[in-house]
Design a protein around this ligand. Structure first.
Ligand SMILES: [Zn+2]
Ligand SMILES: [Zn+2]
Length: 399
């Protein structure tokens, strides 16, 4: 038992005669006393108080401190589903708890006492740490637990996880990105099961579903390393992507367990947990096979000129509202299919708009109006269009 001086016993007596306090809230007002917890200190002080204490629920916390254990049990129950190495407790208190404690401290000149909120979070933290064997971490913990004493609820907020992966697309006919739900335009409604996204098949949809199941997560947000069109295939080593896993229950995954869903046409070829998504998209090169259609007849000579002009060259990309920039084309080969069709196979810097490299500025494919020069139409002198292209490989520098 901590020893209590006469001065403190007298002062505590004066306070308790008018203000009923629980042991926690009593002990907290006397930081000079040494003891394991404010509750232990409060009990010791109360034993030394000779005057009759006023009865009633605690003036400061309305006996909320009694529910610390109960709240901890609720938290432990919910935590069972989650993987985490460390955690942090946060608390939301009714404003008047703090106001009443402040007014009491001002009235009796009680100085240096801990804030009620720190005591609540610390005490719950101690219980959770001892029951789970996990430690409290103030800097980016795996799990943040918010105890809301206003609503009585508990919110678990696991830190997001980040993954890097690669996918192959073996079937044509669906886009890379999810479309917003047409019904609610992304707000979330019953039609889209409150995801805000259309349920139409897309690479994003299929990968998101795999990641959500894999990590028991609420969602997945993607950062793409380049893109392909609906009618493209993605072959070779696949296209890289990054994803933020929102509210994951699991923080580990079997990185050798791949998605081989033949039906969806998407194969997850690689998955790796990473520390964070890089701020800048990595430099990458793509190998492409593009089908070209010409408005007029072409001949081998024209295709030869095209190959000579574009291999190991640089093209200038001129977006409508942004600064022009250069992209490199490394290898470039083209084969005639018939007098109006050809197949080009080439390797170029990532992020080059393939359809526009072929058509030039004639068509309006892509989001922004954008011109690329030189381009296939321009070099051949005949209007050319790309109706489909496949990604044969994506090489990331410093992967
Ligand atoms: Zn209290
Ligand atoms: Zn919707």
């Amino acid at each position: 038992m901590p020893s209590i001086g006469k001065r403190i016993a007298n002062l505590a007596g004066i306070i308790l005669a008018d203000y009923p306090l629980c042991n926690w809230c009593l002990g907290r007002q006397f930081p000079s006393i040494k003891g394991d917890s404010n509750e232990v200190k409060g009990r010791a002080i109360r034993e030394e108080v000779k005057v009759k204490a006023k009865k009633g629920s605690c003036f400061i916390c309305q006996d909320s401190m009694h529910s610390l254990k109960e709240n901890s049990v609720k938290i432990l129950e919910q935590l069972k589903d989650y993987e985490f190495d460390d955690f942090l407790i946060g608390a939301k208190l009714p404003k008047d708890f703090i106001e009443r404690e402040d007014s009491l401290r001002a009235k009796f000149k009680l100085r240096g006492g801990e804030a009620i909120k720190s005591e609540i979070t610390r005490e719950i933290g101690k219980i959770i740490a001892s029951k789970t064997g996990k430690r409290v971490n103030f800097h980016k913990p795996d799990m943040t637990i918010l105890v809301n004493l206003v609503s009585g609820g508990i919110d678990l907020n696991p830190k997001p996880l980040f993954v890097y992966g690669r996918y192959l697309k073996m079937v044509r006919g669906f886009p890379q990105k999810r479309r917003k739900c047409r019904n609610c335009r992304g707000k979330g409604c019953s039609e889209c099961e409150y995801t805000g996204f259309s349920k139409e098949q897309s690479v994003e949809q299929i990968l998101a579903q795999n990641l959500i199941e894999r990590f028991g997560a609420k969602g997945a947000k993607f950062t793409w390393v380049g893109g392909e069109s609906s009618e493209s295939l993605v072959l070779g080593n696949g296209r890289p992507f990054y994803a933020e896993i929102v509210k994951p229950k699991l923080r580990h995954t079997d990185e050798s367990e791949m998605l081989e869903e033949k039906e969806s046409g998407i194969i997850l070829k690689k998955i790796k947990i990473i520390d964070e998504i890089p701020k800048r998209s990595p430099n990458f090169m793509v190998k492409v096979s593009a089908h070209i259609k010409f408005d007029e007849e072409i001949d081998e000579e024209k295709l030869y000129t095209l190959k000579e002009k574009l291999q190991n060259s640089e093209v200038k990309v001129i977006p409508l509202k942004k600064k022009p920039f250069m992209k490199k084309i490394y290898e470039f080969d083209v084969e005639m299919i018939n007098k109006r069709e050809a197949k080009a196979t080439f390797k170029c810097d990532g992020g080059l708009n393939i359809k526009r490299l072929i058509s030039g500025f004639y068509s309006n494919v892509g989001k922004d109006l954008l011109e690329i020069t030189p381009n296939v139409s321009e070099v051949i002198g005949i209007k050319a269009d790309c109706d489909a292209f496949d990604i044969l490989n994506v090489e990331v520098l410093n992967e």
